[in-house]
Each structure stands twice: as structure tokens, then as C-alpha cells.
Design a protein around this ligand. Sequence first.
Ligand code: BYC
Length: 470
Amino acid sequence: MSGVNYSEKIPNNVNLVSDRTLQRALEHWQPHFIDWWKGMGPSDFQSADVYLRTAISVDAQGWAHYGVTKMPDYRWGIFLADPQAERKIGFGDQMGQPVWQQVPGEYRSTLRRLIVTQGDTEPASVEQQRLLGHTCPSLYDLRNLFQINVEEGRHLWAMVYLLHAYFGRDGREEAEELLARHSGDADKPRILTTFNEPISDWLSLFCFTYFTDRDGKYQLKSLAESAFDPLSRTCRFMLTEEAHHMFVGETGLGRVVKRTLEVMKEIGTDDPAKVRAAGAVDLQTLQKYLNFWCSSSLDLFGNEISSNSAANFANGLKGRPDESQYDDHVLREKTLLMATPQGEQTVPVLNALNEVMRESYLKDCEIGLKRWNRQIERAGHAFRLTLPSSRFRRTIGTWAGQPVDPQGKMLGKEEYEKRLNEWIPSASDRAFVHSLMQKVTTPGKIAGWVAPPDRGINNLPVEYEYVKLH
Ligand code: BYC
């Protein structure tokens, strides 16, 4: 079961050949996907030879195969983690009952909505990143970008498989719509706001892969708990790929901090203007980028108080990440005190699960900051990077539209508007960051604003030609 069949048009480990109707439907969608990839995927690099990893089995060990591929020839396919024998529902009102191999009629539209929302983010991120290749800081980074892009394409395949296999005609229609909406499109935008934000520089890419892919980790982990077993198995496998995306964010931002500190040492000052003049990202600007992407990603958890999340949990559709770490899996009795702009409210925990998840996400986000702050401290500087308050710049939930500063302090509307550019990148900050984005494609060379990685990919040297441009 673990092995992937690559001899078929659509590589898969779901025995696709045994269901001709499904196979034909997916083979019909496949050229639409390739057209979308060619039109909306990485611009101008379709003929480059890229050192990519591909899944060859879904085992925890050794699922990856590395080789040189042109991106349109990447073997996108359908991979589900192996089934767990006798798996039981792990939370909610039906806890302890067998998981579902089919979609129960009463949950059909909710499950479809969750799968479509998840699926929509995958091609959206590829669209957001499509022009970044033109300003890559190195071939190592360019390859990482393309690896992420092809895997997001595969994650789209994962959701499309579920839609085709379990949701009939409306599932097939949703699969087409996933290719018809586009990031930032005025008429047909992507569903969630963060996925309509442009990612036009590599500092934004590193922040996106640090913050937004981490939301992906949390959402996928909570869907991996689902009683709908095919969804759970799909998400479990997706999570193994997701780890690399967050690695790119975490090491990318760490390399930016490292380089900035080197430059500060070289020029003997931490004056932001001088750091910029020397071609590095001053820590103040980095902080603004962190504020922007963190606050945007916090919206992806939905409303603090949500009847959707309560119903999803109670019905077994969506759990909490790593559900087994908790004691109470039913949550019918518990309440929680929640701060809202109107004062503290007592809320049933069932309705506050988006917030529970957001809080544990923020703790996870802290880990990188601690590491970067240690680097800054060791270099002898007092500046510290921080995460913005979860009330800052929110557009979803009880804090939406509230004039709160990154420390969580409520301000007057006017002061907030006036000072917003102190906290998130202004047009001139963005112009400065864009000015640093010069394409470097000589093997082993790296742009001046970011330190080289500590090591290359799959034990290859950093100077290996990870992308061969023609
Ligand atoms: N923007 O009751 P609520 C990833 C809507 S990232 C716009 O709070 P719920 C990746 C909401 O849809 C992970 N609209 O919602 C990362 C609802 O609309 P309807 C993506 C928003 O259901 C990097 C209404 O407001 N996966 O994988 O508790 C690269 C009421 O909201 C937003 C998922 O998100 C927003 N930010 O929670 C590539 C998992 N937030 O239905 C990939 C699937 C809320 O009333 N989705 N709304 O019309 C879900 O679990 C939930 O739909 C949400 C919202 C967590 C998004």
C-alpha cells in the first residue's frame, strides 16, 4: 500500500486503476491543472532543470527521491498515508465509534467547504509566488521555491482527489473552480485574505513560509484528526511535505538576521539608514514584515467565537492539532474566559476552538524568534524581534477593525491610522526591500542581503547547481 505506482498517468497509492470512472474524471482534470500550472505557476522557468524531491512511498522513512526534473514534468499524484487499522473517532460526540470511509450525508456540505477552503490555499500560494524566480538570491533558494511550488501543486491534487472521489458532480465542479479563482483577482479572488496578498519579494516569501505555512501545519493537523478517514490520511501525508516549507521560512529569516548582524559589525553601527545603505535589511524593517505576515496569518484561524468550529468538533469533522495530548475530547462542559473589545466573556470551549488553536500556533511561532534574538544578543545588540499582539491589525474575529498597536494597546482610530506605517511595511520600506532583490544565479554565489545556508540539499554542497537555467 505504501508504494506509489508511477507507471500510471496519475501516480497514486489508492489503486486508482480499480475505479475507471474516477480515474477518467481525474484524467480529464489533469490537463486543466497543467494548463493552470503553465499559465499561473513559476513564470519563465518551465524549461529549467530543477533538483527536486518526489514522493516514492508514504513511509516515514525514505519517501523522498531526489532527481533533476523540469517542473511541468513533475509527477503530481495522489498519496495517502497508510490506513490505521481499527481507527476510531478521537473526539466529539461520536468519540469511540469507527471512522468513516464515506461522507455521511448530513456533513457533506460542511466537509466539502473545509476541503475546498484547504484546497484553495494551495494553488493560491503558487500564484502569489510566481514571479519570485526573477529575483532569486541564489540557485539554492530558487530550487527551494520551486520545491515548495510543486508540492503546493500536489496538495491541490490531494484535495481534488477527495472532491472527485467522494463528492460526485459538485465535487468535480469545485475542482474546476479551484483552478478558476486566482490570487488577488478582482472578480474571482482566492477564499482567504492572506492568499490574496502579493508576495513580491523574498523577505515576504520567508515570512509567508514561516507564518502562513505554519497555519497550514495547524489546519492540516486538525484535519488529520478528522473522522472522515480519507481526509485524515491525505492530511497526514501532506504534513510530511509541509515541514520543508516551514524550514525554508525559518532558515530564511535566520539567514537574513545573520547577514544583517554581519553588516552591522562591518560598518560598526546599528543605525538603520546605514545598514540599508550597506545593502542589508535593518532589523526594524524585518520587524515590520514579521508584524504584517503574522497578523495576516492570525486571521486564518477564523473567528475567536465560532459556531462553525464548535459544530465541526462536536461532529468529528475537525479536531485540535495532536488531539491525543488533551484530556477532554468532548468539551461539552468546559468554558473559557475570553478578552473581547467589549470586556471579558465566558465562552464554551467548544465555540472557542479557533482561539485555542491560534494560541498554540503563536507559541510555535515564538520558537524562531527566540533563536534569532539569541543571535542578536550574542552580537551585542539590545534590539529584540517580537510577535505582534494577536489583536493587532485583525480583519476577522472580535478584534477585527479595532485600533490596537502591536503591543496590544487600544489607541484612538486617528492615532492608529497615522502610526500604522511604523508597524507594517510602508510603500518606501517595500521599495527598499525590492531594491535589494537582485537575481543571483551563479552556482555558490548569494545576494548581499542574506547569509548563505549552513548546508546544501540532500548532502550536496551549497555551491551545487540546483537549477540549470537554459
Ligand atoms: N478570510 O466561523 P468562522 C495552508 C470566513 S493554510 C476570509 O470563524 P470557521 C497553506 C469563514 O470561511 C491552511 N474569510 O469560520 C499555507 C466563514 O465563512 P462562511 C488553510 C474567512 O469555519 C501556505 C465565516 O468567515 N486551511 O494550508 O470556524 C501555503 C465565519 O467564520 C476567514 C484551512 O483554512 C479569513 N481569514 O474557521 C499553502 C482549513 N476566516 O462559511 C497552503 C480549512 C474565516 O460562513 N478551513 N472566514 O461563508 C477551515 O477550517 C475554516 O474554514 C477556517 C475558518 C479556519 C478558515
